[in-house]
Design a binder for this molecule. Structure first.
Ligand SMILES: [Zn+2]
Ligand SMILES: [Zn+2]
Length: 303
């Protein structure tokens, strides 16, 4: 069955992907050349070089081997996947098992990441992982938390005191080893993956990120227990969370597949009251297009 793809645009930031709890969840930022989660490795995702995996649950991670394999068949350079440390060995094993089944082991760059340690993608772009409130593996088996990620633009601004100096004067200062710029971080988009509420929402680079992608799996009042048991957010958690957030846009992802969008929208309006919160929308309401049933290019003969 064809799957809808959502496209959400805010300022210069474009987010494309699909997110439905238990089925598939991934969001790409094509202009930043990165994605959050791999989902089932749909075509949008194959074009990005850097994939940040939040945790091991199948709806977020099923396409790991397919991503690396397709990158090879499409003659793209090997992809980079950044994953919680606990998943590095299992993913390497997974790729080896696929090599036994498929006959090919594609090149794969797997990087272990830790909360608080930046991944530097470019001089002006970093990704900062943070721990969220959801198990990395199925419950009972895993003490390690899942991770969320914020993509942060880094600018180097001339320090005010040096604003009026000429080019040669600035070069001279630099030669003397004087620091003439200051580092400025602009959090662009934070992706929380699967999570219940937690202190991570108070992190500067999460609550001040221009766009926050926040899960909201359950909306039915009878499903509050399920949300608590699974480490997920329930729509009734939002009134306590939203006032803490300073984001320009808050985009809700990972809605349960049993919940129609129209119903979710109605419950959201009821939950937030008459004034509402105009920053908030569901990712999948920004649906733009359907995946084409036919590939644009022929698959390789041996595939
Ligand atoms: Zn999930
Ligand atoms: Zn999960």
């Amino acid at each position: 069955m064809a799957h809808p793809i959502a496209e959400f645009v805010h300022g210069g930031l474009r987010l494309v992907g699909s997110s439905l709890a238990g089925e598939e969840s991934y969001v790409t930022a094509p202009e930043l050349n990165l994605a959050f989660d791999v989902g089932r490795a749909q075509r949008d995702l194959l074009a990005v070089d850097h994939v940040f995996l939040t945790h091991g649950h199948m709806d977020h991670a099923a396409g790991i081997a397919y991503y690396f394999s397709q990158r090879m068949f499409l003659d793209n350079p090997p992809g980079h996947m950044y994953v919680p440390e606990i998943l590095v060995d299992p993913i390497r094993r997974l790729l080896r098992v696929w090599a036994d089944i498929d006959g090919n082991e594609p090149p794969a760059n797997i990087h272990a990441v830790q909360a608080g340690t930046d991944v530097i993608l470019r001089r002006d772009l970093i990704v900062r992982p943070f721990a969220v409130n959801h198990p990395c593996l199925r419950r009972g088996r895993c003490p390690a938390p899942a991770l969320g990620y914020t993509a942060i633009e880094v600018r180097h601004k001339l320090i005010d005191a040096y604003q009026n100096l000429t080019g040669p004067q600035l070069v001279e200062l630099k030669k003397q080893g004087v620091q003439i710029t200051r580092r400025l971080e602009i959090p662009l988009v934070a992706y929380c993956g699967d999570t219940a509420a937690g202190n991570f929402l108070d992190l500067d680079y999460v609550r001040n990120s221009k766009v926050l992608l926040l899960e909201c799996t359950f909306v039915d009042p009878d499903h509050l227990d399920r949300a608590r048991a699974g480490g997920h957010l329930h729509i009734s958690d939002l009134p306590a969370i939203l006032p803490r957030l300073n984001n320009e846009k808050i985009v809700l992802i990972h809605l349960s597949r049993r919940t129609a969008l129209a119903v979710a929208r109605t419950v959201l309006r009821q939950t937030l009251g008459p004034g509402g919160d105009e920053r908030v929308s569901f990712f999948m309401e920004h649906r733009q297009r359907w995946r084409p049933a036919v590939r644009e290019s022929e698959p390789p003969a041996e595939a």
